[in-house]
Ligand binder design. Structure first.
Ligand code: HEM
Length: 517
């Protein structure tokens, strides 16, 4: 022993002479309480875990870069946004990307039928930008107030601790805006083959702001150069039999062997108004924007070329949020986005700690950070605030930090007026896009979707089965008839079901219903 290796110490810098035996009275004897080295070692170990994420607990992080094209398709991008990250062709920005599943715990199977998280932290010269999305382009709900309910329905039962289709479809049957997401999730897309062969989407509608303060609505799309691959239930069962973490392993191994995965970032743009001509609301995250009307145009590419050095520091503690935007990017009034923006940093103050932004993985490493924030648990450093260490407030006549000048103008976007209220949006239109998605699928994907719905719904209350068949008949006859057949439910059995209290059907939907009997 000995030789060149460094000596083990405790955290106080004391050398450890014996790491195998506690200090005891005699070789067999009782341990002593002044056994500092042992107590420190064990009590730190006792605190090794932080709470796992309430959603998206299982995930993998890797590092890489984003490279801008300097254009939005054929147009100069500066026409739409002044965000520096996009302006120059070839400009590279460091990124950390975390892929995840949503419902399972930190060590759960990566073969689950579950949306996948696709979160990117861009370390830009203007501070950090987080784009926190998923692989399915839409979401289950359109108002953040429903998030705890949808997640409770999807998470394990509080008594049996099993994920129960009966609970999931009980909630979804009463939540018609979820149908578009369900048609995606129960199709093969609901089990991506791995993280490298999967798309990503910002899902929520954001804004871009140009130098003149003009705004547009935007949606983000990530397209994998590797192509898109999915698994059926049978494929997933075979993979899961050997490996619970196949997607993490696949990504690690690809990066290790220099086969760096790459995605292109494309952006859809819409003028910043309500678009009354559309049959959906551009701020509704249960909808996609038709690409023939709003083309997805490339703005850059992203390459992942480095694995983490430490999973805990870079994957467990990394903290993303939808509020983390840079100059030239902005929020929209999407009611989910606003709720998300509160939730992320709120949970991170609890999960990681109030100073989570002092951790290296979360620091805005490519831009200066100077705040008057002080103290709190686990403060690691004090920002330099001007010359004087005394001035940790603003304004001051003496010293300290000053406010930045506005980059252009302070006011931007359309004028909004309205009464305070609690209302659902008028253009809900919950079935049309789900039906379009169904029709776009290949036959084997439709067959898989129908089988998956039947298997799950067989475990549900008959009232839930009937309501789901009713929804599916509104989505597309073929889907409703086939799922109904699998469950022994005919269209005439559900023809008399009234619409839900929370729903307003369109004339076409009413006409469809009246044909059922
Ligand atoms: C993670 C809340 C909707 C994508 C999380 C976390 C919370 C949360 C609390 C855990 C964050 C952490 O512990 O660091 C919400 C709320 C939502 C919502 C309140 C709706 C109101 C969505 C939607 C998407 C999404 C629509 C997809 C576009 C993600 C992703 C993560 C995440 C990718 C994991 C981030 C990571 O890898 O650390 N969400 N979420 N969430 N959420 Fe959401």
């Amino acid at each position: 022993m000995g030789g060149k290796r460094e000596v083990l110490t405790n955290r106080q810098g004391h050398p450890v002479y014996d790491n195998q035996n506690q200090r005891t009275v005699g070789a067999r004897g009782p341990a002593t309480l002044e056994n500092y080295q042992f107590l420190e070692k064990i009590s730190h170990f006792d605190r090794e875990r932080i709470p796992e994420r309430v959603v998206h607990a299982r995930g993998v992080t890797s590092h890489g870069f984003f490279e801008a094209y300097g254009r939005l398709g054929d147009e100069p991008i500066s026409r739409y946004t002044r965000a520096k990250i996009f302006q120059e062709e070839g400009k590279r920005t460091d990124v950390a990307v975390r892929f995840s599943t949503v419902i399972g715990g930190r060590d759960s199977a990566e073969t689950a039928r579950d949306p996948r998280g696709f979160a990117i932290k861009f370390y830009t010269e203007d501070g950090n930008w987080d784009l926190v999305g998923n692989n399915l382009a839409v979401f289950f709900i359109r108002d953040a107030i429903k998030f705890p309910d949808v997640i409770h329905a999807l998470k394990p039962d509080p008594v049996t601790f099993r994920q129960e289709p009966a609970r999931i479809f009980d909630f979804m049957s009463q939540t018609p805006e979820s149908i578009h997401m369900l048609v995606n999730l129960f199709s093969p897309r609901g089990i991506p083959a791995d993280y490298r062969h999967m798309q990503g989407f910002g899902v929520n509608t954001y804004k871009w702001v140009n130098q003149q303060g003009e705004t547009v609505l935007v949606k983000y799309h990530w397209m994998p150069k590797q192509g898109v691959r999915s698994m059926t239930e049978a494929d997933a069962a075979a993979v899961q039999a050997n490996d619970l973490g196949h997607a993490t392993r696949d990504l690690h191994e690809a990066i290790d062997r220099g086969d760096y995965p790459e995605w292109e970032l494309l952006v859809q743009v819409m003028s910043d108004d309500e678009h009354p001509e559309l049959d959906f609301d551009p701020l509704d995250d249960t909808k996609v924007w038709p690409e023939n009307e709003f083309p997805a145009r490339p703005v850059g590419r992203m390459v992942l070329n480095r694995n983490v050095d430490n999973n805990f520091a870079e994957n467990e503690q990394i903290s993303f949020g939808t509020g983390v935007l840079i100059d030239g990017l902005d929020f929209s009034d999407d009611k989910m986005l606003v709720g998300r923006t509160f939730s992320y940093s709120d949970t991170q103050r609890y999960r990681v700690g109030p100073n989570y932004l002092q951790l290296p993985i979360n620091q805005a490493r490519n831009s200066p950070v100077r705040t008057n924030q002080r103290d709190g648990q686990m403060t690691y450093f004090v920002d330099t605030a001007g010359e004087s260490p005394h001035i940790n407030y603003e304004p001051s006549l003496v010293d300290g930090l000053r406010e930045a000048d506005y980059p252009t103008v302070d006011e931007q976007g359309p004028v909004i007026s309205g009464r305070l209220t609690r209302k659902r949006i008028p253009r809900t239109n919950d079935y049309v896009q789900a039906g379009q998605r169904y029709l776009l699928m290949e036959q084997w994907e439709r067959d898989d979707l129908v089988d998956n719905f039947i298997t799950a719904l067989k475990q549900c209350d008959p009232r839930v089965q009937e309501r789901m068949v009713w929804h599916f008949l509104l989505v597309e006859d073929d889907l409703g008839l086939r799922v109904g057949e699998g469950l022994g439910i005919r269209p005439e059995d559900v023809a008399d079901l009234p619409p839900l209290d929370t729903q307003t059907l369109t004339d076409e939907e009413r006409a469809r219903l009246s044909n059922l009997g």
